[in-house]
Design a protein around this ligand. Structure first.
Ligand SMILES: Cc1ncc(COP(=O)(O)O)c(C=O)c1O
Length: 351
């Protein structure tokens, strides 16, 4: 605390990222990173970009990346916004589209950055409880609001919502922006991109951090009709006109163009997730049905915090949230087959 802090800063409750230990080598299954390296084409493109041109500012509009993302999804570049991580894209979205008189709605169990942005930007919010089985119920979002946001698949549950359910939320809220945070969509969920042409209130955010193995590069994007994208551009150009550096632009373009590598790594993770879920069930865990690159599971005795600590001592890091309704669960990122075998071996010994 300092007398120089503004009132807003004194009242903040900042986000706590998962541990990034610098001291010891862990089997690291706590921050939903991809266990496989980025596309070799992306690494080569970033190396090539580290040249004399670094003295020059990058393209402030990031047009070549917008075009590459637009080509991937068969939509025009003007329906694409890019930023320095999807967290930054989300921050701009909260300011541009979700700050209104009426409260912003989001699930009570969800990405814990949403309440941080609400505090930072002074946004009124109302948390909508998930059903008992941790699913989002579209009818709960048919109420007065100034905007709606939820991840699909949700985090940390990993549960995905169908396109029909998303459409129900969009159709019952024509006067609100509905933001679908698709950070984990490439691991088996159905993307809402095909709904963009029909719903002017739909904004989708995505990231290169998970399915494209580039958490270290910090590139995220949003997709939606032109007017929503223009709103985000207005915030971005009032904040940081050059959010992506030259290496990030070239690396992310190469990554989204390397479709074969992307498909191969996503498939490996999906297969490993399904096998790990079965193995955890055999150990007595209750496992929520995940379409993400992580599993949310309750150990047989619900003693998740203890198991988290024991796993850490055994050199395996997973994520534990000491929060209402989820404090008996562990969130386990899908690693390589070898890493998952180590996790299961340690869990068996602990349990
Ligand atoms: C639901 C959700 N959205 C967005 C993000 C942010 O991703 P990034 O800032 O790495 O693009 C995360 C990261 O864990 C997430 O879990």
């Amino acid at each position: 605390m300092s007398k120089f802090w503004s009132k807003r800063i004194q009242e903040l409750d900042p986000y706590t990222p998962g541990e990034q230990p610098q001291d010891q080598q862990y089997v690291k299954l706590n921050t939903n990173e991809n266990p496989y390296p980025p596309s070799a084409r992306a690494i080569a493109a970033m190396r090539a970009a580290a040249d004399e041109n670094m003295r020059l500012y990058p393209d402030p509009d990031c047009h070549s990346l917008k075009r590459a993302i637009g080509d991937y999804y068969s939509i025009p570049a003007e329906q694409v916004f890019v930023g320095n991580s999807s967290d930054e894209v989300l921050a701009h979205t909260f300011v541009a589209l979700l700050k209104h008189e009426k409260p912003l709605l989001y699930p009570d169990i969800s990405y814990s950055f949403y309440p941080c942005y609400c505090k930072l930007f002074g946004i009124r919010a109302k948390q909508i409880p998930l059903a008992e089985d941790f699913t989002i119920q579209p009818k709960d979002y048919a109420q007065e609001n100034g905007g709606i946001i939820f991840p699909n698949p949700n985090a940390p549950s990993g549960i995905a919502l169908s396109l029909d359910a998303i459409e129900e939320i969009l159709a019952s809220n024509p006067d609100s922006a509905v933001v679908v945070d698709e950070a984990y969509i490439d691991f088996g969920g159905d993307s809402a991109v095909p709904l963009i042409s029909e719903y002017p209130n739909l904004l989708i955010t995505q990231t290169f951090s998970k399915s494209r193995s580039l958490a270290g590069l910090r590139v995220g994007f949003a997709l939606g009709q032109k007017e929503l994208i223009e709103g985000l551009e207005r915030v971005k150009n009032s904040f940081n006109a050059y959010p992506l550096d030259r290496a990030a632009l070239e690396g992310s373009i190469a990554a989204i163009q390397d479709k074969d590598y992307f498909r191969e790594t996503c498939q490996k993770i999906i297969k490993s997730r399904n096998e790990t879920a079965e193995a955890l069930k055999k150990l007595g865990f209750s496992v929520l049905p995940s379409k993400a690159n992580f599993i949310f599971a309750r150990p047989p005795k619900g003693n998740a915090e203890e198991i988290y600590q024991d796993l850490k001592k055994a050199g395996v890091l997973v994520r534990y949230f000491k929060a209402p309704r989820i404090d008996e669960y562990l969130r386990i990122t899908i690693g390589t087959n070898q890493e998952m075998a180590t996790l299961l071996e340690k869990l068996e010994a602990i349990i």
